[in-house]
Design a protein around this ligand. Structure first.
Ligand code: FES
Length: 563
């Protein structure tokens, strides 16, 4: 706001032909002169789509936001942005996160907006919204769509994704029938909303709240709960005030805010994907988040949210237990308490009165489920720029393991051979997948939770060490090292692993190594040839030319903040 005039007045407050055109054309929507009187114009960036079930209720949420904007004296104007549905988009929604962020950024910047409410939910839509809004730097508040109600099959509670992987293995092991598998398909997604375990969507909603980009309590309210609409209305009221206060994302997205978000992510056993998204979001405001910072915070943060896949309960239980405000209240001594949030108040002011209502869902620090945070960062000759592993969702007996590699050169190779009766594999082996990274796959899909070979499932094996340059769904579990960097398609050491090589994982020492002499690796490197590029034109080409590696957040190099 300059001299009491809002940004939108550059469009609507002008005399002459330009002002005439801006007002006259908007009047086609039935607005009177009153809306051009220097009242905040609030964009509602809506990632609603019927191609994205997680966000398919966001039109109703938008109506509640509009109500709030009008109540506070603003003018709400809803606009669509690309939506990224995690399960339908191929090769992976991750390939389009940066595209969505550009859509959001340019829509905000190009239009007469004084503030924007960002409606999102499914995994990539939340980081993409924040990345775009951070780059545009117009006052912004996030409203996520909320998690689904818990799934129910007979008397069993079902969690999105997590229980799909579990029951799929039981089906492949012959322990449930085809009929039961079909029954489960109709019981797991019972309402609107995003996946209701602490998967990537719930994690990113929690991260957005911990960053201070949502009103307190936003992340965990179930999508069908009337309180989500009430929070949306309140967010609409608040963004009008934020526009007048000029409370822009760069004032909220500080280093302290990012450290708070990493802390909360570790305490809730959040998705490994959060690391990539946090690095990318921070990059948009010129803040570096080295992987060591994540590991340092992980070492000092107890895991206290007993939610699947690392724990027992579902997001609905997490909401009843107090949600993110209760977690942050519990963590308060470890947080930057003065960090500013979209409420205009500090973190401490926001969560001081929060309480835990179910201590088996959100545990006190002194009774933590695990003494450290969910995700650890591994280094070694197999991952010179880092790899990640969710230790809270891994098998304790595999956290220190050496085994011989069973190598799959690509996802097609894996699909063709993983269940072959003659696959040379036992439970001590390490499954390795190559060419699943940002450029190799492309888009770094969630292939990292490699399936356990069927013949081992039948022997009762439920976990093995698995390594790749892919990501995995936040709903997944197992002893899985991911995001190996540099990726194999760029000639990282992962590209040089051969069947039978010994791989050593030591989570306590944060080590991931290939036990092959340097001279032999040099010989293999000299023979290595890069795979053919997947795209010659279009967005795919732009992606391949500019996507960065996992430790840089997989953002496009030209989208990072430049001072
Ligand atoms: Fe959208 Fe899981 S598929 S959140």
């Amino acid at each position: 706001m300059k001299n009491g005039k809002l940004r939108s007045q550059k469009w609507f407050g002008r005399t002459g032909q330009d002002g005439f055109i801006h007002r006259a054309w908007l009047k086609a929507e039935g607005f009177s002169d009153a809306v051009f009187d220097n009242r905040p114009v609030i964009g509602i960036a809506n990632s609603w789509s019927e191609l994205n079930n997680c966000n398919s209720h966001l039109r109703q949420v938008a109506e509640a936001v509009k109500r709030g904007v009008l109540m506070a004296g603003g003018l709400p104007l809803e606009f669509p942005v690309i939506s990224l549905g995690e399960v339908l988009m191929k090769p992976t929604a991750m390939m389009f996160r940066n595209l969505m962020s550009m859509d959001v950024e340019e829509c905000i910047r190009a239009n007469p907006l004084d503030g924007v409410v960002l409606l999102c939910g499914c995994d990539k839509t939340t980081p993409a919204m924040i990345m775009g809004a951070a780059s545009a730097d117009v006052p912004a508040v996030v409203v996520t769509g909320g998690p689904m109600l818990r799934g129910m099959w007979r008397d069993q509670e079902l969690g999105s994704g997590t229980d799909v992987w579990k029951y799929w293995d039981l089906l492949r092991a012959g322990r449930i029938s085809d009929e039961e598998w079909c029954e489960i398909e109709s019981c797991i997604s019972r309402s609107h909303g995003h996946c209701m375990v602490m998967g990537t969507a719930s994690t990113m909603a929690s991260v957005a709240e911990a960053l201070g980009m949502t009103l307190p309590g936003c992340a965990a309210i179930p999508a069908p709960d009337s309180r989500r609409m009430a929070l949306a209305e309140e967010s609409g009221r608040r963004i009008v005030e934020m526009a007048r206060e000029d409370l822009r994302p760069t004032k909220v997205l500080t280093r302290e805010a990012f450290e708070n978000a990493i802390r909360v992510d570790m305490a809730i056993g959040g998705s490994t994907n959060a690391i990539i998204h946090l690095v990318a979001m921070a990059g948009r405001v010129g803040i570096d988040l080295p992987l060591e910072l994540f590991d340092a915070i992980s070492r000092q943060t107890p895991f206290i949210a007993n939610v699947r896949p690392s724990g027992k309960y579902l997001m609905e239980d997490f909401f009843y237990a107090g949600g993110i405000p209760a977690v942050m209240r519990e963590l308060l001594t470890l947080l930057h308490r003065d960090a500013l949030t979209v409420t205009g108040h500090s973190v401490e002011e926001n969560v001081r009165s929060a309480r835990v209502h179910k201590e088996d869902v959100i545990l006190p620090l002194e009774r933590a489920l695990y003494p450290e945070g969910g995700t650890v960062v591994l280094r070694g000759n197999l991952a010179p720029n880092g790899a990640v592993l969710k230790q809270t969702a891994a098998s304790p007996n595999l956290l220190r393991h050496a085994g011989r590699a069973v190598v799959f050169e690509s996802i097609d190779d894996l699909r063709a051979r993983i269940d072959a009766p003659d696959l040379e594999v036992d439970a001590s082996r390490v499954l390795v997948l190559k060419n699943a990274g940002p450029r190799g796959a492309p888009g770094m899909p969630e292939w990292g939770q490699l399936p356990i070979p069927a013949k081992l499932l039948r022997q009762g094996v439920t976990d093995m060490v698995r390594i790749s340059d892919a990501r995995m769904s936040g709903t997944s579990y197992g002893t899985v090292a991911l995001h190996v960097d540099p990726e194999s398609a760029l000639g990282g050491t992962l590209a040089l692993v051969e069947n039978g090589d010994t791989i050593e994982l030591d989570v306590e020492r944060r080590a991931l190594n290939l036990a092959v002499p340097d001279e032999e690796l040099a010989r293999r490197r000299a023979r290595w040839t890069p795979p053919e590029a997947h795209y010659a034109r279009g967005y795919g080409r732009l992606f391949l030319d500019h996507v960065t590696q996992a430790h840089e957040g997989c953002d496009f190099d030209f989208l990072r903040h430049r001072s």
